[in-house]
Ligand binder design. Structure first.
Ligand SMILES: [Zn+2]
Length: 99
């Protein structure tokens, strides 16, 4: 039996393969100069390889392709945001700026 969470995960896996996501992901990386924004806020320069949804995809699918909801992160920081779970939406020390 599949739980609702599994279904959401399957759905998001499909989302990450869409052309629209690949496009907007690249735009986010370019906007952030391919630098991890969390490391940057701690005065560290680290190349970003992932793009993180500040408001989780499962909760706000309407913001899935919204650049202001995306943040470039290195693998390490991205893992940390996942581990912290759903309690905190915005990583510490990071401000979301609408452009
Ligand atoms: Zn980082």
């Amino acid at each position: 039996m599949k739980s609702g969470r599994d279904a959401a995960a399957l759905k998001s896996q499909r989302f990450y393969k869409t052309v629209a996501w690949r496009h907007v992901r690249r735009l986010a990386l370019q906007r952030d100069h391919y630098l991890c924004q969390m490391c940057l806020s701690n005065k560290r320069i680290r190349r970003a390889r992932d793009v993180h949804h500040v408001q989780p995809l499962e909760l706000r699918p309407d913001l899935a392709l919204e650049l202001s909801n995306l943040m470039s992160l290195c693998r390490y920081c991205h893992e940390r945001t996942k581990q912290r779970g759903k309690a905190s939406r915005v990583p510490e020390g990071v401000r979301i700026i609408k452009i």
